[in-house]
Design a binder for this molecule. Structure first.
Ligand code: GLN
Length: 216
């Protein structure tokens, strides 16, 4: 088996080649890690920088980074409108951290002009885990993925404040005050995580996105 430098072949990653075209928003953030994860799953990763890059994509990944910056660049690149319309038409999507913020219905503590696509019925608060734990790692139980247990890297992560009636909470985190907060959520074919599976080399949420495309 030949291996492209730095990219694990799909068989080694435990998945079969999907060949699906997945667009990764490539304006800012940890784009490279998501591209590598998708390639490891056998998908074709397309960097999205302008509206014409959306042509023929089957699914979307919104990476981690800074949602405020991405929001500005989405507007100036012209991608905001096109992506909003594709998401409204049911484009399957995965968003991690800043990507979760962009896919949510409501963003608290964002810029007043910050955009969000409303592709999943969540209200999220930016940077809300508090200063002393701005970045931390945790072990989670995630339902709906093989193996269940996941190592999660949280970096200035958003907190989910409200979950709509059609949203499934796949994983939660217990906070020091005893409250449980959703950290992986899914509505239809839109999945979001407030942490970064792509930084931990975990492919299972990308595989979940690709499994959403089966039968399309
Ligand atoms: N705090 C960032 C934001 O508001 C998200 C951080 C991240 O993606 N790691 O967009």
């Amino acid at each position: 088996m030949t291996q492209v430098a730095g990219v694990r072949p799909a068989a080694a990653a435990g998945s079969r080649a999907s060949g699906h075209k997945v667009g990764v928003l490539a304006l800012q953030g940890d784009v490279r890690e998501h591209v590598a994860a998708l390639q490891s799953c056998g998908a074709v990763a397309i960097a999205l920088r302008k509206p014409s890059d959306l042509e023929g994509i089957d699914a979307l990944v919104l990476p981690g980074g800074e949602s405020t910056t991405m929001s500005l660049l989405l507007e100036s690149s012209g991608l905001a409108r096109e992506l909003a319309s594709r998401l409204e038409d049911g484009l399957p999507a995965l968003g991690t951290c800043a990507g979760m913020i962009l896919l949510a219905r409501e963003v608290l503590d964002g810029r007043s002009d910050q955009l969000c696509f409303g592709a999943i019925d969540l209200s999220v608060r930016r940077n809300a885990f508090g200063r002393q734990i701005e970045s931390f790692e945790s072990e989670l139980e995630v339902s709906g993925i093989p193996g269940g247990r996941m190592h999660a890297v949280f970096i200035r992560a958003p907190i989910v404040e409200e979950v709509g009636p059609n949203v499934a909470v796949l994983a939660s985190l217990s906070l020091a005050d005893g409250r449980e907060r959703p950290v992986v959520c899914r509505e239809g074919r839109v999945t979001v995580a407030s942490f970064h599976p792509e930084l931990a080399g975990d492919l299972r949420l990308h595989q979940l996105l690709l499994s959403d495309l089966e039968g399309d």
